[in-house]
Design a protein around this ligand. Structure first.
Ligand SMILES: C=C(OP(=O)(O)O)C(=O)O
Ligand SMILES: [Mg+2]
Length: 575
C-alpha cells in the first residue's frame, strides 16, 4: 500500500525516483566491548570505513572543485590528510586490539582526546584542526554504524530529495541532472526553496509537515508538483497512471512551445511584456527556451551563496555581462543583493536576529556595508555596456533609502568615468515594491524612480503579517485579496500618472488566477519563473483588457479573496 501526502505544489511537473533523505542520521550507539578473538575483524571494519570515507571525501572534493573552485576545495585535502595520519589512526587501532574497545567506541575516545588538545592551543590554525577532526570522525562513524550522512553534492543517480526544509544555498547546490524533484516538511509557495525549484524547473512539493517521517525508509517516491501530492511507496498501478500524466504534461508543453516567438497581446490589442526571473547566469538558458521577452528579476544574492568568500568585482562583472550578452538587447532587471531573511551568506558575519524578515536585510544591509554594495554597483555599471540593463533596489521602505542607494550608484558611475571606464548613461533605476509603506506612498516614489516592480511574495507577507516560510499560516497567502489588490492598484495608477512603467516579479505574476486581474489593473510587465511564461502568454492572448478592467474594478470593491476568486472564474469561463 502506498501512502499519499498532500502539501503545497511549489513547482509544476511530475517526477519519480527513489527517495534521498537529507535528514541527518542519529549517530548515537551503545557502548560495547569486544572479544579478543574479534579484534582483527573489528580493525578490518575500521579500515574499511576509513577507505569508504576517503572515497566519499574525494568525491565531495572533486565536486566542490568544479562547482566553487580549487581554493574552496582545500578543506577536503585537510580531511584526507587526517585519514592518512598514523598519529590519529594508530591509537584507535591500538584501543581496539589492546583495550578491546569496539571500533566506534575507540574512534570516539581518540577523537575526543585530539579535540580537547587542539581546542586548548593558542594557535588559531591548530584550533581549526579540531573542527577537521570532528568532521572526519563523524563521517567515519557514520560508515562504521552503517548510517550514511546526507551529502547532496555527491548524488550521482536520479533521486527525489526529502528534507525537513532546504535553505536557499542547499537548493543552489542541487544538480538538476540527478535531483528530479524535492519534498519538504516546511515552507510555503513563496519560500525561496520553492522559487529555486521553479527556476531549476524541477517538480517540488513543500509544507507536507511529515515527509521525512513517512519516507524515511527510502523507496520509490512520486512528486506531483502541479497539485501538491506526494506518493510514497507507489504501486505499479500508480506508477503507470503518473507516467501517463507526465506524458500528457509533456504533450501540453510541446503545444505551448508553438507560442515561443509570439508577442504577448490581448484580444483587444494591448501588449504587455512577459519576462522571467533568474537566480544565476545558468538560468538564462531556460529563459530563452521558454520565449521570455526579458529578465524581470535577477536575484543576484545567489552569486554570494554556497561559498565561503564574497564574489569580487571582476567575477560579478563577468556574471552580469554574460547574462546581458545572452539576452541580446532584451531588458534585464538586475536586483542588487537581497541578503538576509532566509538568505544567509556564510562569508558575511550576519547577526542572528529574532525576526530576520523584519530585520537587517536587502538594501538595509547593503547601505550598512557600503564597500560590499559598491563592489556590486561597480560591477553592474561596467557590465551595462553589454546590453539593456536596468538596476533595481530591494526592500525599499522610504524615499531616503532609495536616494541614498541611488547616490552611491551615481558616485560609483562618476568614479568609473573618471577612470575612463565605459558606462551607459541612460540606465533605468527602479525599486521593488514589497513593503506596504512603499505601495502606499507610490505617488511620491513615482516622482523619483524610473520604474516599479511589485514583489508580491514579500508584499503579501508584510500586508497579512504571515511568514512566507511557515506552512501553518500559508492560508494567508491570498493574491486575490482586495487588501492587496488595492495596494497594487495604487502602485500602478501612481506610476502611470508619472509615465513610469510597473512590473511584477513576485510569484503572483505567473499565477493563472491572478493574471486576468493584473491585466485589468494595467500591469505593464509580468516576470515569473521561466516555466510559466508560455502558459501566461496563451492565457493573455485569450483575454480582453476591457473585460478584465471591469473584473478588476469589481474585485477592488469586494470584501474578500473568495469573492474575487469566484468573480475571476465567472469572467474567465465566459471566454
Ligand atoms: C520577488 C520577490 O523577492 P524575493 O522572493 O526574492 O524576496 C518578492 O518578494 O516578491
Ligand atoms: Mg522580496
Amino acid at each position: 500500500m502506498s501512502k499519499i501526502l498532500n502539501g503545497i505544489g511549489a513547482s509544476e511537473g511530475i517526477a519519480m525516483a527513489k527517495a534521498y533523505s537529507l535528514a541527518e542520521p542519529d549517530l548515537n550507539f551503545t557502548e560495547t566491548s569486544i572479544e579478543g578473538s574479534a579484534s582483527a575483524e573489528e580493525v578490518q571494519k575500521f579500515r574499511d570505513s576509513i577507505h569508504n570515507t576517503k572515497v566519499e571525501i574525494t568525491k565531495i572534493r572533486n565536486h566542490a572543485e568544479k562547482a566553487v573552485g580549487p581554493e574552496h576545495a582545500a578543506i577536503f585535502e585537510a580531511h584526507l590528510l587526517v585519514l592518512d595520519d598514523p598519529e590519529f589512526i594508530g591509537p584507535i587501532e591500538e584501543k581496539v586490539t589492546g583495550e578491546l574497545r569496539s571500533a566506534p567506541q575507540a574512534l570516539v575516545e581518540v577523537r575526543d582526546q585530539f579535540i580537547s588538545t587542539f581546542e586548548n592551543m593558542e594557535n588559531e590554525y591548530m584550533k581549526e584542526r579540531a573542527a577537521d577532526i570532528k568532521d572526519v570522525s563523524k563521517r567515519v562513524l557514520s560508515h562504521l554504524l552503517g548510517r550514511p550522512l546526507p551529502d547532496p553534492a555527491s548524488i550521482d543517480e536520479a533521486v527525489i530529495i526529502i528534507a525537513d526544509d532546504l535553505t536557499p544555498s542547499d537548493t543552489a547546490q542541487l544538480d538538476k541532472r540527478f535531483v528530479k524533484g524535492f519534498v519538504t516538511n516546511a515552507g510555503g509557495r513563496t519560500s525561496h526553496s520553492a522559487i529555486m525549484a521553479r527556476s531549476l524547473e524541477i517538480p517540488a512539493v513543500v509544507g507536507t509537515k511529515e515527509v521525512t517521517a513517512s519516507a524515511a525508509g527510502g523507496g520509490m517516491v512520486i512528486v506531483d508538483g502541479t497539485v501538491g501530492d506526494v506518493i510514497i511507496g507507489a504501486t505499479a498501478k500508480e506508477i503507470k497512471a503518473y507516467e501517463l500524466k507526465a506524458e500528457n504534461l509533456e504533450q501540453e508543453r510541446e503545444n505551448l512551445l508553438e507560442l515561443k516567438g509570439d508577442e504577448t497581446k490581448t484580444q483587444d490589442g494591448v501588449t504587455v511584456e512577459l519576462a522571467a526571473n533568474i537566480g544565476t547566469p545558468d538560468d538564462v538558458d531556460g529563459v530563452l527556451a521558454n520565449g521570455a521577452e526579458g529578465i524581470g528579476l535577477f536575484r543576484t544574492e545567489f552569486l554570494y551563496m554556497g561559498r565561503d568568500t564574497l564574489p569580487e568585482e571582476d567575477e560579478q562583472y563577468e556574471a552580469y555581462k554574460s547574462v546581458l550578452e545572452k539576452m541580446d538587447d532584451q531588458p534585464v532587471v538586475v536586483r542588487t543583493i537581497d541578503i538576509g531573511g532566509d538568505k544567509e551568506v556564510p562569508a558575511l558575519d550576519m547577526p542572528k536576529e529574532l525576526n530576520p524578515f523584519l530585520g537587517y536585510r536587502a538594501v538595509r544591509l547593503a547601505l550598512g556595508n557600503k564597500e560590499l554594495f559598491r563592489t556590486q554597483l561597480r560591477a553592474l555599471l561596467r557590465a551595462s555596456v553589454h546590453g539593456n540593463l536596468k538596476i533595481m533596489f530591494p526592500m525599499i521602505a522610504t524615499i531616503q533609502e532609495f536616494e541614498e542607494a541611488k547616490a552611491l550608484l551615481v558616485e560609483c558611475r562618476d568614479e568609473l568615468k573618471a577612470d575612463k571606464v565605459d558606462v551607459k548613461d541612460d540606465i533605468e533605476v527602479g525599486i521593488m515594491v514589497e513593503i506596504p509603506s512603499a505601495a502606499i506612498l507610490a505617488d511620491e516614489f513615482a516622482k523619483v524612480v524610473d520604474f516599479f516592480s511589485i514583489g508580491t511574495n514579500d508584499l503579501i507577507q508584510y500586508t497579512f503579517a504571515a511568514d512566507r516560510m511557515n506552512e501553518n499560516v500559508s492560508y494567508l497567502y491570498q493574491p486575490g485579496h482586495p487588501a492587496l489588490l488595492r495596494l497594487i492598484d495604487n502602485v500602478i495608477k501612481s506610476a502611470h500618472a508619472e509615465d513610469k512603467w510597473v512590473g511584477m516579479c513576485g510569484e503572483m505574476a505567473g499565477d493563472p488566477e491572478a493574471v486576468p486581474l493584473l491585466i485589468g489593473l494595467g500591469l505593464d510587465e509580468f516576470s515569473m519563473s521561466a516555466g510559466s511564461v508560455l502558459k501566461a502568454r496563451r492565457q493573455i492572448k485569450n483575454l480582453k483588457k476591457t473585460d478584465m478592467q471591469h473584473l478588476a474594478e469589481t474585485a477592488l470593491r469586494s470584501p474578500d479573496a473568495e469573492t474575487v476568486n469566484a468573480l475571476i472564474k465567472e469572467y474567465t469561463e465566459r471566454i
